[in-house]
Design a protein around this ligand. Structure first.
Ligand code: NAD
Length: 303
């Protein structure tokens, strides 16, 4: 059975261009009713134009789908509430929220004003928080929800000149790590997309020969799966780039275990560093707590 979203209502923030537009078109083409949110504006978040969202709404309708525009900024708490309310007022339900809206204010940290940091955090982190906060009671009451956040390799591995962006993009991963527990009994699943795609954000930064293959439409199937009923995972980060899909995890080394009743000196730590940083027996984070307990038990420190 092909995956479809009939009778489902979706909101895609920042859906007027780039990846958000592609996500919205795919969801709508498979039956979702879509709120196309976008205030317009430039990559640094200044300016605005309703035509940006209106154009995508027109594209969806021309293809026989259902869509409505919303022009609020996710970084304004009241506007974020209104974005969610648009879905409720128009179709009376909300099943899917794709937190995609984003801006850049790149500068080396030395030259970056705190304001440039704050504005980027406000859109990427607080925008995701405000929209999710407004959607949460609706999804809890329905005992159903699919939420996607948009992270970036700039957070997981870092990128020169993006301290603000990398910090904000990493923060949304922590956000879903917690909410996946709180949403579990309500069938609310939250996952992250870590995309790489040719958009106005990246077109000047990547080798043009490679960029040709980095189509936004090759990121959207992963997002659409995370938005589907069939999605049975929560708290995952899925990377998507030019038709390649993979899962991103945090790993922890087996490390060194000293007896915690004794003092550990800085010299002992230094001597053990090769063992502490040896990834031979590293495991995804989460399982390591059990391993710690096993080690303490083996030492006779716990029962
Ligand atoms: P884009 O600039 O083409 O699209 C971003 C959209 O978000 C724009 O249409 C913009 O108007 C909208 N937007 C900006 N501020 C907003 C706000 N306050 N409220 C609502 N909408 C707002 O860029 P893109 O590459 O399509 O980026 C989409 C998302 O993917 C962003 O979160 C970006 O950080 C992330 N991302 C992109 C890449 C990539 O390779 N393109 C890599 C990693 C992460």
């Amino acid at each position: 059975m092909p995956i479809r979203y009939d009778n489902r209502v979706a909101i895609v923030t920042g859906a007027g261009a780039g990846l958000g537009r592609s996500h919205a078109l795919l969801l709508a083409s498979r039956g979702a009713k879509v709120v196309v949110n976008d205030p317009g504006g430039s990559v640094d978040g200044t300016g605005g134009a309703n035509a940006v969202a209106d154009t995508v709404v027109a594209e969806i309708r021309a293809a026989g789908g259902e869509a409505v525009a919303s022009y609020g900024s996710v970084s304004d708490e009241k506007a974020a509430d209104a974005i969610i309310q648009t879905a409720m007022d128009t179709w009376g339900r909300l099943d899917i929220l794709v937190n995609n809206a984003g801006i850049l204010r790149d500068k080396s940290f030395n030259k970056m004003e705190n304001e440039d940091f704050r504005v980027v955090v406000d859109v990427h982190l607080m925008g995701t928080v405000y929209c999710t906060k407004a959607a949460w009671p609706i999804m809890r009451a329905a005992k159903y929800g699919r939420i996607v956040v948009t992270t970036s390799g700039s957070g997981t591995v870092g990128n020169f000149g993006q301290a603000n962006y990398g910090a904000a993009k990493m923060a949304v991963n922590g956000f879903i790590n917690v909410l996946r527990h709180e949403g579990q009994s309500y069938n609310i699943k939250l996952n992250a997309i870590s995309p790489s795609a040719r958009t106005r954000m990246t077109e000047d930064l990547i080798n043009p020969e490679v960029l040709e293959y980095m189509k936004p439409e090759l990121v959207s199937p992963a997002v659409a799966w995370m938005c589907s009923e069939q999605c049975d995972v929560s708290g995952e980060i899925i990377a998507a780039n030019a038709g390649a899909y993979s899962v991103v995890k945090y790993f922890q080394t087996e490390g060194a275990q000293f007896d915690p009743v004794n003092e550990v000196t800085v010299d002992m730590f230094a001597e053990a560093w090769p063992q502490i940083s040896d990834f031979t027996d590293a495991a995804p984070m989460g399982r390591s707590r059990g391993r710690l307990e096993a080690r303490l038990r083996a030492m006779g420190r716990i029962k």
